[in-house]
Design a protein. Sequence first.
Length: 253
Amino acid sequence: MRETAYAKINLALHVRAREADGYHRIETLFAFCEDGDAVTAEPAEALSLTVTGPFAEALAGEGDNLVLRAARAVGARSAITLDKRLPVAAGLGGGSADAAAVLRLFGGTMEAAGTLGADVPACLLSRTARGEGRGDEIEPVEIPGLTGTPVLLVNPDIPLTTAAVFRGWGGIDRGPLGLDWEAGRNDLEASARALVPEIGVVLESLSGARLARMSGSGATCFGLYDSEADRDVDCERITARNPGWWLSQTRLR
């Protein structure tokens, strides 16, 4: 059995409040790319996990992770292989998407997804959805013309932890996320840029996009394009100037 752990982006992310328990109340619009990590599972006597792929080393030495927790939540007895193609701590929902892929393989529920993390329910759905609360209160939405939109994902090869970025949020509620998501914003960008100034360079490099924004808590940024040709021109130019950066040419699901 094989399942794609689709890369998540936040088309907009508004932070409305910091709660007493330290979590944050947000309003966001999730969207998902056609590409991501790959999860495969084969029958076995006991649960096991092997991590391969270009970003496998970033997960080396983990005694436990969301993939194994998801597998245990559905009682899976399988040899699971995670082909880690997305950078870690990158604002793409990687760990949550991986866990969600395991749940889809074994018929896991939204209730199980909710026990694993705030982004896991949206990643289990893996289609455009509005998220509220901690991001785990989700409602699918239809946005005409969004499916198939060419996307360029760019990360300066610098990991950025979600907790650190949320700690740096300024505490000012700048208003709700309305229907016009393109007029929205990512309220975590200022905090993320203070930690990784290269994010500003990444956003400026997406000059051919009709919209460029940071995803989640960063440091990955995305550009949405009117055509694959426009996207590919930006990709070629950015790669030539920044050979150490990670890029992915994809489309929205």
